[in-house]
Write a new protein. Structure first.
Length: 227
């Protein structure tokens, strides 16, 4: 067999791409791959946050604590809005179960208002049998973080475990914020919230975004950026 025939036979025995330059992924391909993986992780994180917001709103962690804390909502000249009244009605039910010696009402007021949300809440609870002596008022906070941070100062070292009452969509952010300011926090969302259907879904989406960001940068900074 001639040298030429030997060379041809040798070439035929090699894999088809043998001897060809190996093509490495380009920088553009690497960037696209990293961007794609990052997008998948972001979407997964967002979906997880939404699921946690939704599921926490459907949970009830009611148990004996140092204080029941009701998050404020709108009031109209001393009369709680239907949304706030639904939260307060749930507080009355929890109070009847002797879960805590103290109820803390929260929420400031809007410019021109004669009453704070806390004042309207306290009057509503007293009218429904909660002793005035058992109610503490935090009437200056205008955000979830401000209110819970002020509550921490109000309760001091004697009140480190709290049961938070709010609407279901707001339960997870309230709980995480309370934990950030030093509480052992549990939630008991009102079962009679007026925020339902598509409105609740939209608010859950907003809360999921807030929770997702707050877990990264902290809820104090989130509050300062969004309010």
């Amino acid at each position: 067999m001639s040298d030429r025939e030997l060379q041809l036979a040798s070439d035929e025995s090699l894999p088809a791409n043998q001897g060809e330059p190996v093509r490495r992924p380009s920088r553009r391909h690497w960037i696209a791959a990293v961007a794609g993986a990052s997008a998948v992780l972001i979407v997964a994180y967002a979906l997880l946050s939404f699921w946690q917001v939704h599921s926490t709103g459907r949970s009830d962690e009611a148990r004996p604590v140092d204080a029941i804390v009701v998050m404020g909502a709108a009031q109209y000249d001393g009369r709680p809005s239907p949304q706030l009244a639904a939260r307060l009605d749930h507080v009355v039910e929890l109070w009847s179960r002797d879960l805590a010696p103290t109820v803390v009402v929260t929420g400031g007021n809007q410019p021109g208002d004669r009453f704070t949300e806390a004042e309207a809440s306290a009057a509503y609870l007293v009218d429904r049998g909660v002793p005035e002596a058992a109610i503490l008022a935090e009437g200056t906070g205008t955000t979830t973080f401000e209110s819970l941070s002020n509550v921490a100062g109000l309760l001091g070292d004697t009140g480190r475990s709290v049961l938070l009452v709010t609407d279901p969509y707001h339960a997870l952010r309230s709980k995480l914020t309370a934990q950030e300011v030093g509480f052992e926090a549990f939630v008991s969302p009102t079962p009679s919230s007026i925020v339902t259907g598509s409105t609740e879904f939209r608010r859950e989406l907003g809360e999921a975004a807030g929770v997702a960001v707050g877990r990264i940068i902290g809820f104090e900074r989130l509050s300062s950026l969004t309010d």
